[in-house]
Design a protein around this ligand. Structure first.
Ligand code: PRX
Length: 649
C-alpha cells in the first residue's frame, strides 16, 4: 500500500457491472439472492450454516449442533464426523469427475503432468499408508517443506486422511525458520524434496532441512522426494526416499472419520510481537469455508481450469490450490516456478497452453507484469479466461484497471478478495455474477461475515471515515486458537475490543457500503503480499554480534507495496561499513528467509525514543519515506536524534 494508493483510492469512483452473459451462467447471479442469503446468514446463522454444511460437505456421521460459541472459542458442527481428504477425493470417485484432471502440473523446466481424481486418490492413499508405516498417528504433526509440485498436495491430503496435523513451511524460509516451526509444534516427520526449480536454479530444500534438524529433536524421519536430482546427504535410519516408500505402499486406504473439530493444520504467520504464531484450523468449518467460497466467489464449474498462483506455503495455497478447489471437484493448475522464467510472458503462455479459465493472483505480481511491459501479453490470446481474482494486499486502482483491460480484456469480472491466514477463507469480496466492482475495493462481506469499523474508543465510525477493522460474528473457517498459546490468541485478536475479532487492518466503508482496506495498522508489514513482523526482523538483527539496537519499518514501494527499511545502532567496538550493511541484510535472510531481507539498512548513532524508552516508529517511517517529520514529537527524548537521522540520508 503506497501513499499514492491511498490518494488514488479516495478519488476512485468507477463502477463495473457484471455482464449479462456472466450473470446468466453464474453460480449465484442475482442481487436478490445475495441479499436473501446474506440476511439469513447473519440473522439465523445456525440454520444457514447447518444447511451449507450438509450441502457442501460429505459426512460420515451427521453433526448434532451447528455452533457452540463461548467467546472467543468456537466449536462448529459438533457431533459430526468427516474426513477432509475424503471430501477432496473419494467423493468424486464413481462420478463423472473420476477421470477428469484434478491437477495439471507444469514444472519450471517445462515438464507437464496431469493427475486425474482417480490417480490423485491413488497417490494419496499410498502416501497415507507410508505415513502409517512410519508410525504417524492421528493428532501428531508433520512438517511439509516442498516445492510447488503435486506431491506437496499429496502429502497434505495424506496427512488429512489420517488426522495427522500438517504444517506447511514455505520453501523460501530459512533453516532457522524451519527449526522454529518444527520445534514449536513438535513435528515427528518432515516431508521435503531434494530441491525445487526457481529461475532456472535449484533451491536446495533438503540441505535447509538438514541444517534445521541439528536442533529439532522431535523429528524421527525425513521423507525426500526426488525432484531436481541434485546430490543430497541421506542420513541412515532417518532419511527415506519418497519413491522407494511409495513403490512398496499398498494403493488401498480407508480415510479415518474425524470429529468436526479435529485439527487439520497449523500454519505459521507473522504477528506484531515475538516469533511467528501457529494459526490452528480444524476440519469441518475450515473445509466448508474453503469449498463454499470456491463455489460462490470463483464460480467454479465442471469445465473450468482454475489457476491460483499462490505457493502452498501460504494460506492462499492451502485454501485455493488444495482444499477449496479439490473439494469442489475443480481442475487445478499448478505451476512450480517464477513468472519470468524463461521470459516475462510465462504466465500468459501457461494460460493459453492449458486453457486456464479462472486466474487468481496478487497485486504485487500484477504490478511486476505492468512494469515488464504490455508486449508480453500481446503475444498471447488469453481468450480462455473468464474470471480474475486478486489477493494479499490492497490493489491500487491503476493495477486493477491494467488487470481488467490487459488480462481480462474488459470481459472478465475481477474479485478482489480480502481475508487472512486466520480467517481461513475469503471474507470480503465481490460475487462475480452479482456485485458491481470498484477498482481498489474488496466490496461486500461474504455470507455470515459482519465487518465493523471502529475508532480508538471502540465506537463505530461513520461511513467514509477510516478506522480499525473488526469481525463481529463467528464464522466456520475462523482460526480456533494459536498452537500451544491460547492466551496469545485471546490477547492478539480478541482484546482490542473485548469479544470482537480484530483483523489488524485499517479500513473504511464508502457511501455504498463497500469496504476499502488500507493495510495493516499493527507492526506487521506487507511486503509483496507476504506478512513480515517488524519484531521478528528486529530480533534477527539484534541476534547479530555487531548490533546493539534495531528498528524495522515499512516504506511505500511501487512494486512491493511496502519495502523493509531497518535502522541499526552498533555496539561500541563496531564500525559502520557497506560490508557490514550487506552482512546484516544477509543475516536477516538467513534467520528468516530471503523474503525478509531488508531493502535498505541504515546505521544510526541512536534511535528516536520516547522518554519512557519506546522507539518512535512513526518518526522512523517518515524518515524512511524520505519526507519531513510531521506531527507531535514532544514526547521525544532527544531531538538531535531526528535531526541527525534526517541529515544522514
Ligand atoms: O492486510 C491484509 C492483507 O493481507 C493480510 C493477511 O495476510 P495473510 O494472512 O498473509 O493472508 C494473505 C492472503 C489471504 C490482511 O490483514 N490483505 C489480504 N487480502 C487483501 C488484503 N488487503 C487488501 N485487500 C485484499 N484483498
Amino acid at each position: 500500500m503506497t501513499d499514492q494508493t491511498i490518494t488514488s483510492v479516495s478519488r476512485e469512483s468507477r463502477v463495473f457491472k457484471p455482464s449479462a452473459e456472466f450473470k446468466a451462467q453464474a453460480n449465484l447471479g442475482s442481487e436478490a439472492a445475495y441479499k436473501r442469503l446474506y440476511a439469513e446468514s447473519v440473522n439465523s446463522p445456525a440454520r444457514f450454516w447447518g444447511r451449507q454444511a450438509k450441502d457442501f460437505l460429505t459426512w460420515r456421521k451427521p453433526f448434532s449442533q451447528t455452533l457452540q460459541w463461548k467467546t472467543p472459542h468456537a466449536k462448529w458442527f459438533t457431533g459430526g464426523m468427516l474426513n477432509a481428504a475424503e471430501n477432496c477425493l473419494d467423493r468424486h470417485l464413481g462420478t463423472a469427475r473420476e477421470n477428469k484432471a484434478a491437477i495439471i502440473f507444469e514444472g519450471e523446466p517445462g515438464d507437464i503432468r496431469t493427475l486425474t481424481y482417480k490417480q490423485l486418490h491413488r497417490e494419496v492413499c499410498k502416501f497415507a499408508n507410508v505415513l502409517e508405516s512410519l508410525g504417524l498417528r492421528k493428532g501428531e504433526r508433520a512438517a511439509i517443506y516442498m516445492p510447488m509440485v503435486p506431491e506437496a498436495a499429496v502429502a497434505m491430503l495424506a496427512c488429512a486422511r489420517l488426522g495427522v496435523v500438517h504444517t506447511v513451511i514455505f520453501g523460501g524460509f530459512s533453516s532457522e525458520a524451519i527449526k522454529d516451526r518444527i520445534n514449536d509444534c513438535n513435528a515427528k516427520l518432515v516431508i521435503t524434496a531434494d530441491g525445487g526449480w526457481r529461475r532456472g536454479k535449484i533451491v536446495e530444500l533438503k540441505e535447509s532441512v538438514d541444517r534445521a534438524l541439528s536442533s529439532s529433536p522431535s523429528v524421527e524421519h525425513v521423507v525426500v522426494l526426488k525432484r531436481t536430482g541434485n546430490t543430497v546427504a541421506m542420513q541412515e535410519g532417518r532419511d527415506l526416499w519418497w519413491h522407494e516408500l511409495m513403490a512398496a505402499a499398498p494403493a488401498v486406504h480407508k480415510a479415518k472419520p474425524l470429529p468436526s473439530e479435529h485439527p487439520l493444520f497449523i500454519l505459521y504467520t507473522s504477528g506484531s510481537t515475538g516469533k511467528p504464531k501457529g494459526v490452528l484450523h480444524t476440519t469441518a468449518g475450515y473445509l466448508l469455508g474453503a469449498t463454499m467460497t470456491t463455489h460462490y466467489v470463483f464460480d467454479v464449474k465442471e469445465t473450468d481450469i482454475y489457476w491460483c498462483t499462490a505457493d502452498i506455503g501460504w494460506i492462499t495455497g492451502h485454501s485455493y490450490v488444495v482444499y477449496g478447489p479439490l473439494s469442489a471437484g475443480a481442475t487445478v493448475l499448478m505451476y512450480e516456478g517464477a513468472p519470468n522464467q524463461p521470459a516475462p510472458d510465462r504466465f500468459w503462455e501457461i494460460i493459453d497452453r492449458h486453457g486456464v479459465t479462472i486466474f487468481y493472483t496478487a497485486p504485487t505480481a500484477i504490478r511486476s507484469f505492468m512494469r515488464w511491459g504490455d508486449e508480453y501479453l500481446a503475444k498471447h490470446s488469453l481468450a480462455s479466461l473468464r474470471l480474475l481474482g486478486s489477493v494479499g494486499e490492497p490493489i491500487n486502482p491503476e493495477a486493477w484497471m491494467w488487470y481488467h483491460k490487459m488480462v481480462g480484456k474488459k470481459r472478465c469480472p475481477i474479485v478482489d478478495t480480502w481475508w487472512q491466514t486466520e480467517t481461513g477463507a475469503i471474507m470480503v469480496t465481490p460475487l462475480p455474477g452479482v456485485t458491481p466492482t470498484k477498482p481498489g475495493s474488496c466490496a461486500r462481506p461474504f455470507f455470515g461475515v459482519v465487518p465493523k469499523i471502529l475508532d480508538e474508543n471502540g465506537k463505530e465510525v461513520r461511513r467514509g471515515e477510516g478506522g480499525k477493522l473488526f469481525l463481529t460474528q463467528p464464522w466456520p473457517s475462523m482460526l480456533r486458537t494459536l498452537w500451544g498459546d491460547d492466551s496469545r490468541f485471546k490477547k492478539q485478536y480478541w482484546s482490542e475490543v473485548p469479544g470482537l475479532y480484530f483483523a489488524g487492518d485499517g479500513a473504511r466503508f464508502d457511501k455504498d457500503g463497500y469496504l476499502w482496506v488500507v493495510g495493516r495498522i499493527d507492526d506487521v508489514l506487507n511486503v509483496s503480499g507476504h506478512r513480515i513482523g517488524t519484531a521478528e526482523v528486529e530480533s534477527a538483527l539484534v541476534s547479530h554480534p555487531a548490533v546493539a539496537e534495531a528498528a524495522a519499518v515499512g516504506r511505500p514501494d511501487e512494486l512491493k507495496g511496502q519495502a523493509l527499511v531497518c535502522f541499526v545502532t552498533l555496539k561500541g567496538n563496531q564500525t559502520a561499513s557497506d560490508e557490514l550493511k550487506d552482512q546484516l541484510r544477509a543475516h536477516v535472510a538467513k534467520e528468516i528467509g530471503a523474503i525478509a531481507r531488508p531493502d535498505a539498512l541504515r546505521f544510526a548513532a541512536a534511535l528516536p525514543k520516547t522518554r519512557s524508552g519506546k522507539i518512535m516508529r512513526r518518526i522512523l517511517k517518515e524518515i524512511a519515506a524520505g519526507g519531513d517529520v510531521k506531527g507531535d514529537i514532544t514526547t521525544l527524548e532527544d531531538f538531535n536524534v531526528v535531526a541527525s537521522l534526517q541529515s544522514e540520508e
